[in-house]
Design a protein around this ligand. Sequence first.
Ligand SMILES: N[C@H](CCC[C@H](N)C(=O)O)C(=O)O
Length: 269
Amino acid sequence: MKFTKYHGTGNDFILLREEDLEGREESETAKALCHRNFGIGADGLLIVKASSVADLMMAYYNQDGSVAPMCGNGLRCFARFAHEDDLVETDRFQVETLAGILPVDVSSGYDSIRIGLMKPSFHLTAPHVRREVYEGEILSLTVNGRSYDLHVLFIGTLHGVVFTEEEVPYEDADGLCHHEFFPEHINVNFVKVESEDDIRLVTFERGVGYTLACGTGAASAQVIAHKLGFTKPQAKVHVDGGTLEVTVGDQVVLEGPAVCIAKGEMEIG
Ligand SMILES: N[C@H](CCC[C@H](N)C(=O)O)C(=O)O
C-alpha cells in the first residue's frame, strides 16, 4: 500500500488516497498504520476522498482508530499533499470535513499554510457533554484529588482549555480527557499565557495522548485567551514541535508548516 507521511509542528500523520485503501476498513487500517511499533507510526490517518461540495474531502482517524470531525495540523498536511500531487489547480481551495467545508491557502508556501476553522461554539450539548454547558461557564473538574478549571468549546472538534503555570501530571491529563462529564472524551490543552502575543501550549489529545502539537488545540487556546482579554487577536502558539500562529477574526485562521517526511510502500494484511 502506497503512503505518505507528513508532520505539522511534530503532529504526525499518514496520508492515503482512498483508492490506496483497496477497500480496507478505515478505522482498523488507521490503528494498524499508526501503531508506533507494528506500523509506520503516527498520531493519525488522513484519507483523501472526492467531494461533491468542495474540491476534496478529508477523513481523519486518531491513532486509536477513533474518528474526529477535524484536525488542524492534519488539514495543513492534507493541503500540501493535494497541492503537490496536483489534485487541485489553485493555491486556495476548499476541503469538505465532518466539521464543514473549510478554506485552505498554500499561496505563501508550505512553511506557512493557512486554514480557516469553523466558528467556535461555547454552548455545548449532548453527546459532547453530560449536561448542557453555556457560554462563559467554567467547568471545575476534580481528577486524582486535584481540581482543574476547564473552558470548553467546539471548534470542529471538542476541546478543553486549562490555564496553568504548573506541569500537569500525565494521569490527571488522561483523567480529564476521559472524564465522565465528556461521554465522547475531550482534547485537553494546558496553556500558559506568556504575553499578549505569545502562548505556551501542551495538549493531551483524545485518541492519541500527549502530542508535540495540536492545531485545533492551538486555535482553542488562542480563542479562549483572546476572549478573556489575555492576548491580541493574533498570537503565536508555542508547542513542543514548533510554533503556530492563530488569528481570531471573522474566521479563526491557523497558520503553520507542513513537512513531508516520507513516501513509500507498506506491507499490510
Ligand atoms: N485528537 C483530536 C483530533 C486531532 C486534533 C489535532 N491533531 C489537530 O491538529 O487539530 C480529536 O479526537 O478530536
